[in-house]
Design a protein around this ligand. Structure first.
Ligand code: HEC
Ligand code: HEC
Length: 429
């Protein structure tokens, strides 16, 4: 028992220490490392296997309702798997999966990728190229641990502990923060390899430098000046993404009747799927969508530029042509047609008269978007056969938000007669 006067002294001491504790807390040391015993939990949210393909009649629900968009999928003809449904994924399956994933991918404080001992040399080479492993054989995952610290400080509140896009801020912002566990990204420059398309490291770095315009994803360019290591956090995102995709594939297999209660068989399977996913990252990272040399004309004469914009307009607006952009970007995107993306959330074909580009506004950014498509959002890679035609469409897309930049005949087609759309009468636009 604590006697009266002593308890008073204790209370006074505690009161005196309070500012010190607060200062320590505010100084950030609380936030930059994860507790030692923290493990990546097994996912419990619905897994989207097939999102509905058609446009949906409804708008995204308001902030805070992320799961409602996903829960509506089965009613609209899509397919989801509930990993908490014990008839499909029993406790006897979840437990060994949890420990097999932890063996292969470590913990938030000590992340890793690969077999705990004796990883195959080809896999080591791929992991080293992707900067998931360091050359130092004694501490091969030092960069991943450094990236995890940066992630905890700057990203986890939106992108979530496992990269599920469900940090505390996540459900409250629209579009929702990227859920990395699908292995899919939107703003990329790798060759479109269907569902096996992964981004290049450079793409993730670019996104971190520029942020994503028109969304809550900020630019982190200043972090480099503070000394934070953006390369390390990119490695960490790739780690989360590989872990999430392996987890997803195994849960879906188990839910469809595969038996992985045997620990050794499961470890082997986790390793096999992991190798497959690493291979996809390595392939995508090594190939950039490069425009044909000389296909882009910089600083063209006004006449050449006007002609190119006009050709771009024709390609864009022909509903039966090889580009067929207008079929989705109805009325140049001014008409709002929501559709499901691969994450099971709603996206709309961008309103191209607004001049907001999530993936960057340089000609090369728009070239990549059109040439490779935005796979997870359902925008296909273009059917335009030559790069010259793609650049025409890029020139049109760049001019369309600014009526005064369009040749008069095109301007009338897009905006109607002068004065019909606000802004068409103002030369400064
Ligand atoms: C305030 C919330 C927020 C924070 C903090 C945040 N992000 Fe994001 N992030 C988003 C949103 C929202 C998107 C999705 C935008 C979209 O779908 O167009 C996104 C998307 C991404 C993407 C996907 C890009 C693509 O091509 O698909 C990456 C990579 C990413 N964020 C990395 C990070 C990293 C790394 C950090 C921390 C350094 C971070 N984000 C912090 C909100 C955030
Ligand atoms: C099947 C539907 C579909 C077709 C066809 C389509 N798009 Fe898209 N487009 C979309 C969707 C959906 C988005 C929004 C993607 C997102 O933000 O997730 C989009 C976004 C865009 C963006 C914005 C990119 C950014 O960085 O924000 C551009 C530019 C674009 N599309 C141009 C085109 C062009 C040019 C064509 C024809 C070659 C085309 N689209 C064909 C559905 C389509």
């Amino acid at each position: 028992m604590i006697s009266g006067p002593f308890s008073l002294r204790l209370r006074r001491t505690l009161a005196a220490a309070a500012p010190l504790i607060a200062a320590l807390w505010l100084s950030g040391c609380e936030y930059d490392t994860y507790p030692k015993d923290l493990a990546y939990p097994l996912r419990t949210d619905l897994i989207v296997v097939n999102a509905p393909k058609n446009e949906t009649p409804f708008y995204p629900p308001g902030p805070g309702h992320l799961e409602e968009e996903i829960a509506a999928i089965p009613k609209l003809g899509g397919q989801v798997v509930d990993p908490t449904d014990s008839k499909k994924v029993s406790a006897a399956q979840r437990k060994p999966l949890f420990s097999a994933l932890n063996k292969a991918f470590g913990s938030p404080r000590q992340p890793r990728v690969g077999a705990t001992e004796g990883e195959e040399p080809e896999v080591v080479a791929q992991l080293t190229d992707l900067k998931l492993r360091d050359a130092d054989a004694a501490k091969p995952f030092k960069s991943l641990a450094a990236g995890s610290k940066v992630y905890r400080y700057h990203c986890v509140h939106c992108h979530g502990l496992t990269g599920d896009g469900r940090g505390p801020t996540g459900p409250w912002v629209v579009p929702h923060p990227r859920d990395y566990r699908l292995g899919e990204f939107k703003f990329i420059s790798s060759v479109n390899a269907g569902e096996n398309t992964r981004p290049r490291r450079d793409d993730l770095m670019r996104t971190l430098h520029t942020g994503i315009e028109g969304t809550s994803m900020p630019s982190f360019a200043v972090m480099e000046e503070r000394g934070d290591d953006l390369e390390a956090v990119v490695s960490y995102i790739i780690h989360l993404s590989i872990r999430g995709l392996v987890e997803k594939r195994l849960l879906v297999e188990i839910a469809s009747g595969e038996d992985y209660t045997d620990e050794a068989k499961l470890d082997e399977k986790v390793h096999e799927v992991m190798k497959d996913v690493i291979q996809q990252w390595a392939d995508s990272n090594s190939k950039t969508l490069e425009p044909t040399k000389g296909s882009y004309v910089e600083n063209p004469s006004t006449k050449a530029q006007t002609d190119s914009i006009r050709r771009g307009y024709v390609a864009f607006s022909d509903p039966k042509g090889a580009a067929s952009c207008i079929g989705c970007h109805t009325d140049y995107g001014r008409q709002v047609n929501f559709r499901y993306d691969d994450w099971g959330t709603l996206v709309r074909p961008m309103d191209l008269t607004k001049g907001v580009y999530r993936g960057g506004r340089r000609p090369i950014d728009l070239y990549w978007r059109i040439k490779g498509g935005i796979g997870p959002s359902g925008m296909p890679k273009t059917g335009l056969p030559t790069d010259k035609e793609i650049w025409d469409v890029v020139n049109f897309v760049q001019a369309v938000p600014y009526p005064q930049m369009l040749p008069e005949d095109v301007r009338t087609k897009v905006y109607g007669p002068v004065g019909e759309h606000p802004g068409t009468e103002r030369a400064e636009r």
